[in-house]
Structure formats: C-alpha cells, structure tokens
Design a binder for this molecule. Structure first.
Ligand code: GLU
Length: 447
C-alpha cells in the first residue's frame, strides 16, 4: 500500500488495529493532527516512532469480577485497567463504573490521561480503568462486595510506584474506601496506591473540589489573557457530579452567574443565577439521582425534563458531564447563541463533528486535558503527602492547584500559536506541549 503522507499512513495503522473502537480513534486522531507538523521537523521523533508508541497501550488487563447481590445471586462483570504509558511516572488515572464502559472508552481515557498528566508537570504516567458494573440502585453492601471483588484481581497490578488508580464517574470516596481496604488487606501495605481517599486514611484536602476549582482557575487565566473577566458572565454548566458542582461553587464565588446544572434526566435552569445556599443544598444531596429535580421542586429554578443546557443562551458553555455530550446540533446552537468560551470540565465532551464546527468558529475553545487537569494534579499532591507522611493544609494545596493551572495555561499559550495566526489555539497548544514532554522522555529512554 502506498500512502500520500505520514498522516495517511498513521491513520490507516490506527484504524486497522483498533477496529470498532470509535472513541479511542477519535481521541488519537484529534491529538495526532495537531502534533504531526512537530513530528515532521523532528527526525528523532520519527525515528523513535513516538506517536505510534503512545497510541499503543503498554498493556491492557481485562478480568472477570464475580460478586454476590443481596438476594444471594452471583453477578458477573468485566473489569479493565489500561496501562497506557509510564514514561513520565507511575500509571495514573481514575476508575469508572458505568454500564457504558468498554475497552474503547477506557483506551481513549487512558490515552488522553497521558497528555493531561504531562501538562501538570508532575511525574505521572497515564492509565484508566473501570468496569461495566452499574452501581445505581445497588445497596451499600453490594457496592462493597463489588469493590472487594474488583480489587481482588486488580491488586496484583497496582502499587505506589507502579500504578495509582483514583475515582472517576460513579467512583467516589465510598468506593475508593472499599477498594483501598481490600488492597491494604491483600498487599499488607499502607501506602499511596489509590488517590481520592477519605481524609481519615491518607486522603488530601481539596481533592474533591480540585477538578471543578481547577476548571475555573484555568478559565480565569484564559480570560485575563484576553483582557476579560469572570464577573457577571453567564455560565451554563452540564453535569451534577463533583466537577460540575465545585466548578459552580468557585464560579459563583468569583461573581459569575451559573444558569444551569444537568443530569441524564434533564436540566435545572436558574435564569437569575444559582445562589450559594441553593448550591450547598444540591451538594449535600448530590448522591441522589433527583438532586436537581428536588431543588426545582423547592423553588430553585425551573426543571426542564430531558433537555440539555446547550440551547440556553450564555457567555460560557462548560460541559462537565461525560464524553460526546455535545453533538453537532448543540454546537450549532452554541455558535448561534454567540457563546464566547467553551471550557471542558469533562473528558472529550464534544463529538468529532461538534468539535470540528466549534474549532472552525471564532469562539475560544478550551480542551479538558488542560482545564480539567486540576483533579489529577491534586492526586499527584496526595501521592507526595502519602510518601512524606505529612498532610498539607487546604490553603497550601489550593495555592498549588492555582499555580498548576497557571503553569498549564502558560504552556498552552506558548505552543498555541500557529505560524500563520495571531490567535491562540488552546487545543493545539495543549496537545503540542504535552506531546513534546512525552516524546522527549520516550526518546531519552530509548526503546
Ligand atoms: N478521573 C480524573 C481524571 O479524569 C482523576 C484521575 C486521577 O486523579 O488519577 O483526570
């Protein structure tokens, strides 16, 4: 087969060996397109085939998870850990429990995680894992038995210098506690093998808030570089998990007007802006599926069943729910509504065609691998607190988070200008800056 360009050759290789893994192909293509020009002028990157090596996980561990429900029936799920690259540090990334989880989704998340972690400047490799287990409607005892069964297999593949999992969708402090407990029993070791732990046994202050706060700190950096500010800006946030709720909290405290939150059932629309006290009520009820609808029933805004936030006019659209949540028609509404900024709290929330449309428009687009890196950065700080047996204060950690987001912003800014443009492209900047760090480490370490 003859190829017209290096890109075609890579694209053919990628598609052939990952057939049916659409999310993974989407994530790799997005980064590959931006870094191809850098590879073309770096013989050593070509020679070491860095892009090919990054796009092939170091290993994928797949395992069976058998657990017992409260009726005594055995249930069988599938578990995975994708160890994508440890060239910059131990594999690091969350665990997701959701019925939609499959190998393609975990591979895309693990691939993106390598780039996100590289941007933090910390010694963190990239990985991701999880299960197709659906924890909704499970009892606490069922969740515990599932987590124990999952860790009974995973424990042999993780460790503080090897692979350090954390939470992600449906894996919060409760699940982390059960996973960690089982790891501690089996490994006979109390160390920093998992992050996102409760404070009582090695968790870090600010971990729960870090992703959401980091999204807002990053947004502030973007806005101040554009001589703009957050005060009085209307923000539509999707999602109702930690990322969405703490982004909303920080945005409100900085004078922004948060007009929506959402979940898979609909959108809570608060025209005049969410009040802190109402947000606190939602946060205290966040484990409930109906937290947003309950708030509307209490008189907080209007509940729009089955709607997403994207048709509602705003200045900043902040998708904080899940991958591919903004489709082509949503992106068109966002453009028609003259939204100025799209800032991603979730990982890859734009479908491929929505991303193309938004990239071609003149709004400012901020990719999640830059703006949501605050969560994993705080995990990195949890690892160092665990290694030093010394917890840090909220204020110190919050400042470290702000500094990290400013550092990520400056890297994206420096690499974000194309030769022929005077407008920064944050997506390109994030991809190129992260790729450089990974590629240089791969070259330096040989093969
Ligand atoms: N799941 C989070 C992310 O997507 C955090 C990962 C971690 O803390 O290791 O970045």
């Amino acid at each position: 087969m003859t190829y017209t360009s290096n890109w075609d050759k890579f694209d053919h290789w990628l598609n052939t060996r990952n057939q049916g893994q659409d999310e993974f192909i989407q994530a790799v293509r997005e980064i590959a397109a931006d870094v191809q020009p850098i590879i073309n002028v770096h013989e050593e990157y070509k020679h070491h085939r860095v892009l090919y090596r990054l796009a092939e996980p170091d290993r994928i561990i797949t395992f069976k998870v058998v657990w017992q429900n409260d009726n005594g029936e055995l249930r069988i799920n599938r578990g995975w850990r994708v160890q994508q690259s440890n060239v910059l540090g131990p594999y690091k990334g969350g665990l997701r429990f959701h019925p939609t989880v499959n190998e393609s989704i975990l591979k895309f998340l693990a691939f993106e995680q390598c780039f996100k972690n590289a941007l933090t400047g910390l010694p963190l490799g990239g990985g991701k894992g999880g299960s197709d287990f659906n924890p909704k409607h499970c009892s606490d005892a069922e969740i515990m038995r599932f987590c124990q069964a999952f860790m009974t297999e995973l424990n042999r593949h993780v460790g503080p210098q090897t692979d350090v999992p954390a939470g992600d969708i449906n894996v919060g402090q409760r699940e982390i506690g059960y996973l960690y407990g089982q790891y501690r029993r089996l490994a006979n070791e109390f160390g920093g093998t998992i992050t996102g732990k409760p404070l009582e046994f090695g968790g870090s202050l600010v971990r729960e808030e870090a992703t959401g706060y980091g999204v807002i700190y990053f947004t502030e950096n973007v806005m101040s570089a554009a001589d703009d500010k957050l005060t009085d800006k209307r923000i539509n946030i999707s999602g109702a998990g930690n990322v969405a709720l703490y982004a909303a909290q920080k945005a409100i405290s900085h004078g922004a007007i948060v007009t929506t939150l959402s979940n898979s059932k609909g959108t809570l629309h608060i025209k005049e802006g969410l009040e802190s006290t109402d947000l606190n009520m939602i946060i205290s009820n966040k484990e409930s599926d109906n937290a947003l609808k309950d708030a509307a029933d209490e008189g907080v805004g209007e509940w729009l069943a089955r709607a997403t936030p994207w048709a509602i006019p705003c200045d900043i659209a902040m998708p904080c729910a899940t991958q591919n949540e903004i489709l082509l028609q949503d992106a068109q509404r966002i453009i028609d509504n003259k939204v100025q900024y799209v800032v991603e709290g979730a990982n890859m929330p734009l479908s491929e065609d929505a991303a193309e449309l938004l990239h071609a428009s003149d709004l400012v687009y901020i990719p999640g691998k830059a703006s949501n890196a605050g969560g994993v950065a705080m995990s990195g700080f949890e690892m160092s607190q665990n290694a030093q047996f010394e917890p840090l204060s909220f204020g110190v950690l919050d400042q470290k988070l702000k500094d990290t987001m400013a550092h990520i912003h400056s890297q994206c800014w420096e690499d974000g200008f194309a030769a022929d443009s005077d407008q920064v492209n944050y997506s390109r900047g994030a991809n190129v800056a992260a790729f450089r760090r990974l590629a240089d480490a791969i070259v330096a370490q040989g093969y």
